[in-house]
Design a protein around this ligand. Structure first.
Ligand SMILES: [Ca+2]
Ligand SMILES: [Ca+2]
Ligand SMILES: [Ca+2]
Length: 334
């Protein structure tokens, strides 16, 4: 039985009751609170791509600022596939492997294979720091499993970000069910305590939508210096309403959407004023008959074909549209 949104919120509330207020405000979940996405999804490799996962693995990265000297943990909520939350196909028979990597090669900025976008390349570059396979395990159903402790220097140092990079790979190694789960980066093994200045991102986001007409999911890709246009690609959206792009200078551009088990791409021009900020990709569900258990895959590239990152916590905060009248005053033509 899946939880509805209010039950889920109540559960989270109960889970958080024991924690001090500062912790509640500063936890670093993936997906983040601003995204309004209930779960990441990875199917067992015998699944059908029409269920919404086109390659049965998902890769996330965490960056730890160089000045953070304590140990850190990567906590996985509901790592098993069975019981609550997960998507059953027939019976639960899926095994999912989570693996944490650091060391040279893990950093996707330097090592493109680590991004996992090119099929057939080795996305597991780096030192394997920890790994565990989960089946249908009541012990971890609707509960956490904690990887770590790790030392920040176990990560792959990135000079540009002045941060250590960790990679976590989730793979559906057998079975056909959908494993739904979330990550928390923490400085405590038993609670979700945020690490100041740390961040999480991916290059290809496979997630579950809420089963709720009114719910709007968001992701926040970052527009780095030098980007003049982007190509968006969405897979298996099930024709579930609209995908809109909002930024400081876009009021809501509609992008072409996919239906069942297909990919749709389109190009979106970027204004110079949008550089060094995040876009807000909004996922609005179709009204009428509810599209249930919709899983979708999103990836973005810049005009050179380089992948854009989605930060789970948007840098500079959630972008808010600024009407044009104000826009021309603050950005005079040179
Ligand atoms: Ca199954
Ligand atoms: Ca799960
Ligand atoms: Ca779908």
């Amino acid at each position: 039985m899946k939880l509805n949104k209010s039950q889920y919120r109540f559960l989270i509330f109960i889970l958080l009751l024991g924690l001090p207020l500062t912790v509640r405000l500063s936890a670093q979940p993936v997906p983040s609170k601003d995204e309004n996405i209930p779960f990441l999804v990875t199917f067992g490799k015998e699944g059908k791509i029409s269920w919404g996962d086109d390659h049965f693995y998902q890769i996330w990265f965490f960056t730890i600022p160089k000045d953070f000297k304590q140990q850190l943990y990567i906590r996985v909520f509901d790592p098993d596939c069975g019981g609550e939350n997960d998507e059953i196909q027939g019976e639960f028979n899926t095994k999912t492997m989570f693996s944490v990597f650091g060391g040279k090669g893990a950093d996707p900025e330097i090592n493109e294979e680590s991004r996992g976008l090119e099929r057939g390349l080795n996305y597991k570059k780096g030192n394997l720091l920890a790994s565990r396979v989960f089946g249908n395990e009541a012990k971890y159903d609707n509960k956490y499993y904690t990887f770590g402790p790790f030392n920040p220097t176990d990560g792959d140092f990135d000079l540009k970000w002045n941060s250590y990079v960790f990679k976590i790979v989730c793979e559906g190694i057998s079975g056909d069910d959908g494993n739904l789960y979330r990550y928390f980066l923490s400085r405590d093994p038993n609670n979700n305590l945020a690490i100041e200045g740390a961040n999480a991102f991916t290059y290809e986001y496979t997630f579950r939508m809420w089963n709720d007409f009114k719910s709007v999911a968001h992701i926040y890709p970052y527009i780095d210096t030098g980007i003049v246009s982007i190509k968006q690609k969405n897979f298996d959206w099930d024709n579930d309403g609209q995908i809109l792009v909002v930024s400081r200078y876009k009021q809501g551009i509609e992008v072409p959407v996919s239906d069942e088990a297909n990919s749709v791409e389109s190009k979106i021009p970027i204004e110079s004023a949008e550089v060094n900020s995040s876009l807000d990709f909004q996922f609005h569900k179709r009204q009428g008959e509810l599209v249930k258990n919709n899983n979708v895959v999103i990836s973005l590239q810049n005009q050179r074909g380089d992948a854009l990152k989605f930060y789970s916590s948007p840098i500079g905060g959630v972008p808010v549209y600024i009407p044009k009248t104000t826009h021309t005053k603050i950005s005079p033509k040179k």
